[in-house]
Each structure stands twice: as C-alpha cells, then as structure tokens.
Design a protein around this ligand. Structure first.
Ligand SMILES: [Zn+2]
Length: 278
C-alpha cells in the first residue's frame, strides 16, 4: 500500500472514531450492554459497604415492581423489553436521594428517595426516567465519551477484569457514565412522559421530585443528600419548566406534587411503600 493510501485510511479511522463520541454513536451492541450491566451488578453486590442492598420487608420491592416498574415497561414505546434484562434493586441508604441506571436495564433506587417522595406517580416518574436512560443507552454513551474507545473495546472483550471494578468504584462519583449531560436528561424526561402515558399514573410525575426539592430549598443549598443527584442529573429547575411545556403540548393538565387527585396515588404510596420502609 502506498503512503498516500495509508494516510487516507488512517485519517478516515480517526474521523470515524472522533465522530462516534461526537454524534453519540455507540460501539456497544445490545448484548454488550446486558453483559456489562450484569458484570456491574455483580460488582455492586460484592460491595455492600458502598451499595447496601435493602433487606427489609420484601413486599416493598414486589409492590414497586408489579405496580410501577412492569406497567411502565409494558408501554408500547418501550423497545428493549425483550432485549435488556430489566430489573430493579433497592439500595438501603436513607441519606441518598437518588436513583440510577447502569447499561442493559439495571435500575437502582435508594431508600432515601423512596422515603422522600410522597406518591406513586412521583416514583413512577423517577423509574420511567431511569428506564429511558437504559432504553436510550445513555450510560454507554457517557462511558465512551469518558474513557475513550480503545479502553472500552478491551472492556467489552473482557481483557482486563479489574477495569470493571474500577468503573463500579467510580459509579457515583459523578465522573463516569452516570454523569448525564443536560441533553441526556432532557431526552430521558421526554421519553419518560411518553412511557407514562399508557399507565394509570399522572405523566407529569417526572417533575414532582424536583418540585419538592425546590420547595424544601434543597437545590440551592446542595446538602450532601442530593450532591450525587445533582452531579448525575443537572438543571432540575429548568426540567420542571420543560416538562410542563411538554404536558401542555400533549393537552395534559398541569398538577404539582401537592395535588390530591387520584392519579397521583398518594395513599397507596403511604400504605405499601413509605410505612413499610425501615
Ligand atoms: Zn437522569
């Protein structure tokens, strides 16, 4: 091969790789997403100090899965229902108001946020948002941007198992694949409302958590309970406004987290979730 030809091919490879991160393309296949998610789940379970799995009343998780998680996943808008390994885990840390999604459909929610929310519609909003991060493959896009392609190719090939432990260790530092951009947050909120339209819950529940944080003056003062939330979910106030505009466009009335309408399911949230959490 002459030198000119080599140079052209080399430049094309660089352009393609550069373009991947820039345009949000993703080297991971759906199978890779699931494989990576399962490996991270094992890492999480190996590290109970950092990620204590909730071991209280099992009916809480069952109730959330059957009454919120599965109904959202049954939305006709969900594309990866039979491809990803959708599962929900509760992490026992009352001081963390957060939830997160790792690749391949693994969703984790902290007891801190479960105790803070006050309706099923609010929790359904949080879960739909995290499911949207999974469906839209935001975690592996963040991972690609943060670590670069060559590292990820070796990760996918399983060449260096300690890399996974390192990634799991960095999960919540806000530096790696959970640190979503404003664009990803926006996309996740948009899809979350679409998923919720086919459920019994008020679809505007996606904004309830932020409304409560705002009213409790937790956003500006940034106490430790929401620091990881803010680093992984930017611009909560702006997201309230954008969500309300989307609801208006869909002809859905604007309600707040304080509404006592039946489609928020406040009482059942108290009965089956809040009162059972220890
Ligand atoms: Zn998010």
């Amino acid at each position: 091969m002459n030198q000119m030809k080599q140079l052209v091919i080399f430049s094309l490879i660089i352009l393609t790789i550069g373009g991947c991160a820039k345009w949000g393309l993703n080297i991971f296949s759906d199978e890779d997403e699931v494989k990576l998610g399962m490996q991270l789940d094992q890492e999480i379970r190996k590290n109970p100090k950092e990620y204590p799995i909730y071991s209280g009343d099992p009916s809480v998780k069952e109730y959330i899965i059957n009454n919120m998680f599965y109904p959202i996943l049954n939305s006709p808008e969900i594309r990866k229902r039979n491809v990803y390994k959708y599962q929900l885990e509760i992490l026992h840390d009352d001081s963390t108001l957060n939830a997160f999604a790792t690749p391949g459909g693994f969703i984790y929610v902290y007891t801190g946020i479960l105790k803070y929310l006050d309706s099923e519609a609010a929790l359904a909003g949080v879960l739909a948002h995290e499911i949207a991060h999974s469906e839209r493959r935001h975690a592996t896009q963040n991972l690609t941007n943060y670590y670069g392609l060559s590292f990820l190719v070796s990760l996918v090939l399983g060449e260096n198992p300690s890399d996974l432990a390192q990634i799991a260790g960095n999960l919540l530092t806000g530096l790696t694949f959970l640190a979503n951009s404003r664009a990803f947050e926006d996309e996740a909120d948009d899809y979350a409302i679409k998923y919720l339209l086919s459920t019994k819950f008020y679809p505007g529940g996606v904004k309830f958590f932020f409304e409560k944080l705002r009213d409790d003056k937790l956003i500006d003062s940034k106490p430790s309970q929401i620091r990881t939330f803010l680093s992984t979910h930017p611009d909560p106030i702006d997201r309230i406004n954008v969500a309300e505009q989307r609801l208006r466009n869909l002809g859905i009335p604007i309600k707040t987290y304080k509404s006592t309408d039946s489609d928020l399911y406040r009482q059942s949230y108290q009965t089956y979730i809040r009162s059972k959490l220890r």
